[in-house]
Ligand binder design. Structure first.
Ligand code: NAD
Length: 489
């Protein structure tokens, strides 16, 4: 690609694609090859203000539009997304690096959230009770908030934005979206198809950029609520700053997800399941397993098969089907991951599979940022590789005596996003479900990301806020309620 062909992505404000007012921009490389795909502008406070104004101006008319009319274009949006599925997946692979198989899965999960949003008329209904006292009725009425801001991470350029704006807009809000500056390309398609579906001018706006855009959104007096998904320190900052400015905030954060392997598990399915969960999408999933707590009785047998299967995984460009582990998002992230592998060795963990070698070969061949699947054994909770979210195909194994110890270990983590148990014993599953501290629990399910009609959120440092995304929580987050007590003479 010659330099002049590389475009600077545009913001979408009001009803048109516009250049950012800012001069600063960042390169957007293809993580699989290092080739420059585009530049992303680091938009300014002025760009944010314009987008918020467009959304603010569009709000009154949109909020008054009857909810079935607001929802109707979503059916067309669904059709358009369905018909462009493959292209959407290819853009995800291009800018994020995940394999096409993983990208297709993401497209499907994104579409499912739009399906959910088509049921907004039913979901916005609330409680009502006649005759709560003589001649008096009580009822709850839900109304949109106003302008809502959405801030999203690099690892799900389609699914996470779709967690936010279709439901928020169907609830009667207008929206300003800021996608990750590391994966800004897919948003163009999401916005174009959205307007092609027939939504009116101004209801969805897009501003590209980094922390300056976020910070302006957090302080902007005309933004009522912020939906955020990203890393823990930023989620905490977004929650604290947004709420200090009087906004409603949901901030979904990082994770360190544990899988517990019981002696009574189905060994083959468990091994394959953990491989998919730990190394799929290069471990760059908030629901990826990054620690396995294996019970001593089955530890050696499990580890032997797990290591053998892991060694078979190919590392390389996600566009090619033979590759299971694609690139990491940036070279800087790769360097950080390599330093964690070095740290794990220094801390005394036993490196059973070293992904650096396959990673270096793939990096040299393709030009991107690769680290292969990596396994440490004999990890303990004092080690940084157990404590920190590495966000890569690096898995730690901790050997434990029994289920109680596995649960106690998992509950020590500062994070509490997802947790999984592999067992054929109902009592073990029940105990795990009741005692584990995690927002999303899997029982023989590798990545227990809830379907869109359930809420999605973790606990502890994995989530700042009260209401998760999606499901009934999503509708509650995007609406405010009035409780009406009425008497007629
Ligand atoms: P990130 O925190 O670096 O970025 C997320 C967003 O915040 C981006 O839009 C970015 O521009 C913005 N941002 C970054 N630094 C900022 C700062 N200092 N001030 C203000 N805004 C800032 O996250 P990421 O690396 O893009 O995504 C990966 C992280 O997201 C992982 O920690 C992962 O676990 C988490 N994640 C969580 C969930 C969940 O449901 N809990 C889902 C997906 C990803």
């Amino acid at each position: 690609m010659i330099e002049t062909e590389v475009k600077v992505v545009k913001n979408y404000i009001g009803n048109q694609w516009v250049d950012s007012k800012g001069t600063a921009k960042e390169v957007v490389p293809n993580p699989a090859t290092g080739e420059t795909l585009a530049y992303v502008p680091l938009s300014t406070a002025d760009d944010v203000d314009k987008a918020v104004k467009a959304a603010y101006d569009a709000f009154p008319k949109w909020a008054e539009t009857p909810v079935p009319v607001r929802t109707r274009p979503l059916f067309k949006y669904l059709q358009l997304l369905e018909s462009e599925k493959e292209e959407l997946a290819q853009i995800i692979t291009l800018e994020n690096g995940k394999t096409l198989t993983d990208a297709r899965g993401e497209v499907q999960r994104g579409i499912e959230v739009v399906e959910l949003a088509t049921s907004t008329p039913s979901m916005m209904m609330d409680d009502a009770l006649p005759n709560i006292a003589t001649g008096i009725d009580g009822s709850i009425w839900r109304y949109p908030l106003g302008v809502v801001g959405g801030i999203t991470p690099f690892n799900f350029p389609m699914m996470v934005p779709l967690w936010m704006f279709p439901l928020a807009i169907a609830c009667g809000n207008t929206f300003v979206l800021k996608t990750s500056e590391r994966t800004p390309l897919l948003a163009e398609k999401l916005v174009d198809l959205f307007y092609e579906a027939g939504f009116p001018k101004g209801v969805l706006n897009l501003v590209h950029g980094g922390k300056d855009v976020v910070n302006r959104m957090l302080e902007h007096p005309d933004i009522e609520a912020i939906s955020f998904v990203g890393s823990e320190p930023v989620a905490r900052h977004v929650y604290q700053t947004g709420t200090a400015h009087g906004k409603r905030v949901q901030a979904l954060a990082g994770a360190k997800n544990h899988s517990v392997v019981m002696p009574d598990c189905h060994l083959e399915k468990t091994v394959q399941g953990i491989i998919g969960s730990a190394f799929g999408s290069s471990g760059e999933r908030c629901m990826a397993t990054s620690v396995v707590a294996v019970i001593d009785d089955i530890a050696d047998e499990f580890i032997e098969t797990f290591v053998a299967e892991t060694k078979k995984l190919n590392v390389g460009d996600g566009r090619y089907e033979a590759n299971f582990v694609g690139p990491l998002i940036r070279d800087s992230h790769k360097q950080r991951v390599v330093s964690y592998i070095e740290k794990g060795i220094e801390e005394g963990a036993e490196l059973l599979v070293d992904g650096r070698e396959k990673g270096e070969i793939a990096s040299k061949e393709a030009g991107g940022y690769y680290v292969g699947a990596t396994i440490f054994d004999h990890v303990n909770p004092n080690m940084r590789i157990w404590q920190d979210e590495i966000f890569a195909p690096v898995l730690s194994i901790v050997r434990v005596k029994n289920l109680d110890e596995a649960i106690a270990l998992t509950n020590k983590s500062k994070f509490a996003n997802g947790a999984v148990i592999y067992t054929s014993n109902g009592k073990h599953a029940q105990t795990f479900r009741d005692k584990i501290d995690a927002g999303m629990v899997g029982i023989n399910v590798n990545v227990p990301a809830p379907m869109a009609f359930f809420a999605f959120a973790g606990n502890k440092a994995s989530f700042y806020g009260d209401l998760g995304t999606n499901g009934k929580d999503g509708v509650q987050f995007f609406t405010r309620k009035k409780v009406v007590t009425e008497r007629w003479f």
